[in-house]
Design a protein around this ligand. Sequence first.
Ligand SMILES: *Cc1c(COP(=O)(O)O)cnc(C)c1O
Length: 232
Amino acid sequence: MLDIQKIRSDFPILSQKVNGKSLVYFDNGATSQKPQVVIDAISNYYQEINANIHRGVHTLSQLATDAYEVSRGKIQNHINAKFPHEVLFTSGTTFGINLVANGFAAILKPGDEVLVSALEHHSNIVPWQMLCEKTGATLKVIPMNENGELIMEEYDKLLSPKTKIVTVNHISNALGTINPIQYMIDKAHEVGAAILIDGAQAVPHLKPDVQALDCDFYVFSGHKMCVKIILI
Ligand SMILES: *Cc1c(COP(=O)(O)O)cnc(C)c1O
């Protein structure tokens, strides 16, 4: 049985009253609260080992580097990435998507096409609009039906050798739709396009296997998974 009081007791922020009532927090899709173990880990880090990682040879730097790499390994295991160096820490999904989109600025040219779905978070629209403005590439939108599902026949028609990158969320933050990303990844690769999956709503609930999926980029937010934002 789910012991809700025990779970609540892990989150010190929930012990307060708001408007005279015990706080109930439902906005985990935007950011999750942090349990005591996470708050302690962050606090212990600053009290005991804070130092510059990968650059110092002194004791604290080595301890901080080890802690940093242990975290990277845990994330690698969670998404089944092949190598630890495939995991890059950013402040969140928006930063990750912008990093990828900026990388494509050096590659795209007028006539190239970028496909986004009609079901995206703002963070997965604006960076691609800016990329297309900058490079002269064309942004095309994969439409959805009245059930909030992306229309795969339309996706198939939009894909062509002009498509350089496709971007789609794994699970929609607005509707909860789980998109057929395996199909979309395979189809993008058939035309030689790269594909980015916005997993911000998926990774807190599923264990995506990025090797099996074979996507080029999979982006998500630690701060929606009860852990702290980690800045590079
Ligand atoms: C929350 C969210 C984002 C933005 O994530 P941040 O970490 O806040 O930048 C992007 N896409 C989806 C689907 C989201 O749910």
